[in-house]
Design a protein around this ligand. Structure first.
Ligand SMILES: Nc1ncnc2c1ncn2[C@@H]1O[C@H](COP(=O)(O)OP(=O)(O)OP(=O)(O)O)[C@@H](O)[C@H]1O
Ligand SMILES: [Mg+2]
Length: 239
C-alpha cells in the first residue's frame, strides 16, 4: 500500500514548549485517520507542518513522497483550518471562485464544483448572503466546501465537526465516507470521539506532544465492552 503521509520522528517546539515530540505516523491511500487528543496535545501543530506552513525542528515529513511545501504537492491537498478567517464581504460563490482561481481551476470547473459543494454542504439557501452574516456552523460548512473545491487526493481537516448541527454532521460524515470510496485519503482532528469511532479506519491519540496510541478502530473497540471514549480516558489518565 502506498503511503500518502509519512511523518518520521518529527519534533517541534515553540520556545520551551515541546508541542510535538518524536512523532512517527503514516497514512495510506484511501485511509481515514482520526487525530485525537486533549486541548494543546499537538494536533494543529502537526497539521500545520503537514501543510508546510512551517518545518519540523527535527525529523522528516513527506506527502505523496514529496516535500509538503512543493507546489505540486499542495495542489493535491485540501485543508480546512481550525478557525477560518474568510473575507467577510464575499458570498460563498465568490469565496469559492477566489480559491478556485488560486488553485488554477478553470471558471467553468469552479462554477460546476461550487454549485455541487454549496448544495452538498447545505448552503444553497444562503449562497447570495455575505459571509459576514453567516453563523459559526455555516462558516464551518463554507470551509468544508472550500477544502473540497479542487477535488484533492488528501483532505486534512482540523476539527471539522466543531459547531456543526446534527444534520450537518451526518452530511459531513457521509461526504467523508463517499470520498473514501473514491480513493481519497482523509486525516481529521477531532474531539468528537463518537464521530471518529463511526468513520475512521484508524485513530491516533496525542498526549502532551507525543503519540500514545495509533490503532485500527476495530482493534480499539473489538471486545464489545469498550469504546473509543473509554480508551481515550484510559490513555489520557495513564501516568
Ligand atoms: N504559536 C504558538 N506559540 C507558542 N505556543 C504554541 C503556539 N501554537 C501552539 N502552541 C502550544 O503548542 C502546544 C500544542 O498546541 P496545538 O495547537 O498543536 O494543540 P491542539 O492539539 O491542536 O489543541 P486543541 O485541541 O486545543 O486545538 C500547546 O501547548 C500550545 O500552547
Ligand atoms: Mg488544534
Amino acid at each position: 500500500m502506498s503511503s500518502v503521509i509519512t511523518i518520521d520522528h518529527v519534533s517541534k517546539s515553540y520556545g520551551t514548549c515541546n508541542a510535538v515530540s518524536d512523532l512517527t505516523l503514516s497514512l495510506h491511500a484511501g485511509e481515514i485517520l482520526g487525530f485525537l487528543g486533549a486541548n494543546g496535545a499537538g494536533k494543529t501543530t502537526t497539521i500545520k507542518m503537514l501543510l508546510g506552513f512551517f518545518s519540523p525542528d527535527s525529523g522528516q515529513i513527506s506527502l505523496f513522497g514529496h516535500n509538503p511545501s512543493d507546489a505540486s504537492t499542495r495542489q493535491r491537498v485540501g485543508f480546512m483550518p481550525e478557525t477560518a478567517y474568510y473575507y467577510p464581504y464575499l458570498n460563498i460563490r465568490e469565496l469559492l471562485s477566489f480559491y478556485g482561481g488560486l488553485c488554477g481551476m478553470s471558471s467553468s470547473l469552479i462554477r460546476q464544483r461550487s454549485e455541487d459543494l454549496i448544495a452538498r454542504t447545505g448552503l444553497d439557501h444562503a449562497k447570495k448572503r455575505l459571509l459576514k452574516t453567516y453563523s459559526k456552523g455555516m462558516l464551518q460548512r463554507a470551509g468544508i466546501a472550500q477544502a473540497l473545491l479542487h477535488d484533492p487526493d488528501l483532505l486534512i481537516l482540523d476539527e471539522p465537526f466543531t459547531g456543526l448541527d446534527p444534520l450537518a454532521r451526518i452530511q459531513l460524515r457521509d461526504l467523508i465516507l463517499e470520498l473514501k470510496t473514491k480513493g481519497k485519503t482523509i486525516l481529521f482532528s477531532s474531539h468528537e470521539l463518537s464521530e471518529a469511532e463511526l468513520m475512521c479506519d484508524r485513530v491516533a491519540i496525542m498526549k502532551n506532544g507525543k503519540l500514545v496510541l495509533a490503532k485500527p478502530v476495530k482493534e480499539v473497540v473489538c471486545d464489545g465492552n469498550t469504546n473509543l471514549e473509554r480508551i481515550f480516558l484510559n490513555v489520557l489518565q495513564a501516568p
